[in-house]
Design a protein around this ligand. Structure first.
Ligand code: 5RP
Length: 232
């Protein structure tokens, strides 16, 4: 699939997800290229259909995009209960465990996911896998990054400090922290690994989302349309 085709299927997924937003909803706004299409489309629906939506962004990027699209923005303090969140993912397994954080936004994304009644994950088909296997982003307090890397190695992982693009040195998250991408190969026990990573001193949040399967549906963009997966 070319990069353009990939963006097109992401757009299908984002637009279809925005179609599920109802008048009066508080909507969690995910981060990334697929979620951006949903944000754009929600803004168009507010303008064209007059629906009323409050958006709770998961990053500076989604807040900027939402405001530009004409979506009223609130934070988790104003809206601790969210009707529906639309967000992307880096990988989705057969049990609806997720790896997130490709955009270094997974801490806020997890807060918003936790506050949400329902979560719609928007992806292209390349993100689906039987088992999770892409590197797990781990947001860490800079002071503890070497300590965290040592723990990751002890857990059998290969830690790589994420470097900036058009910024020398490490990526700094919206929360002022570093991100360590941790490769573990195929992850046999995502929930167990998530618990171990999240309890290392200095870790803020790891990108394994294993506790929200019951409220997740997955909307997959494909050539010519979309399909939705829900848990039985
Ligand atoms: C950001 C994320 C994104 O949702 C994830 O990286 C997917 O991004 P994209 O839709 O651009 O492929 O977790 O932290």
């Amino acid at each position: 699939m070319t990069k353009q085709d990939n963006l097109e299927v992401k757009r299908f997924a984002g637009v279809a997800a925005a179609g599920r937003v109802e008048d009066g909803m508080v909507v969690g706004l995910g981060t990334g290229s697929t979620a951006n299409y949903a944000i754009q489309r929600i803004g168009e629906r507010i303008r064209d259909e007059g629906i009323s939506v409050v958006g709770v962004p998961t990053s500076y990027q989604s807040a900027f995009r939402a405001r530009a699209a004409g979506i009223r923005v609130a934070d988790l303090t104003d809206c601790p209960e969210i009707d529906l969140t639309i967000d992307g993912a880096d990988q989705v397994d057969a049990a609806f465990n997720l790896i997130k954080g490709g955009g270094a936004a997974h801490t806020r994304e997890k807060c918003v996911a936790d506050a949400s009644k329902r979560i719609l994950i928007v992806v292209d088909g390349s993100k689906l896998a039987e088992n999770l296997s892409v590197p797990v982003p781990v947001e860490v307090v800079p002071y503890a990054s070497a300590l965290v890397a040592q723990h990751v190695r002890a857990l059998g992982g290969v830690p790589v400090l994420r470097e900036g693009v058009k910024k020398d040195g490490p990526v700094i998250t919206d929360n002022g922290n570093f991100v360590i991408d941790c490769a573990f190969g195929i992850i046999g026990d995502p929930a167990g690994l998530g618990t171990r990573l999240n309890t290392v001193p200095g870790v803020l949040t790891c990108g394994l989302f294993t506790e929200y399967q019951e409220k997740i549906s997955v909307l997959i963009g494909e050539a010519g349309g979309c399909r939705i997966l829900t848990r039985r």
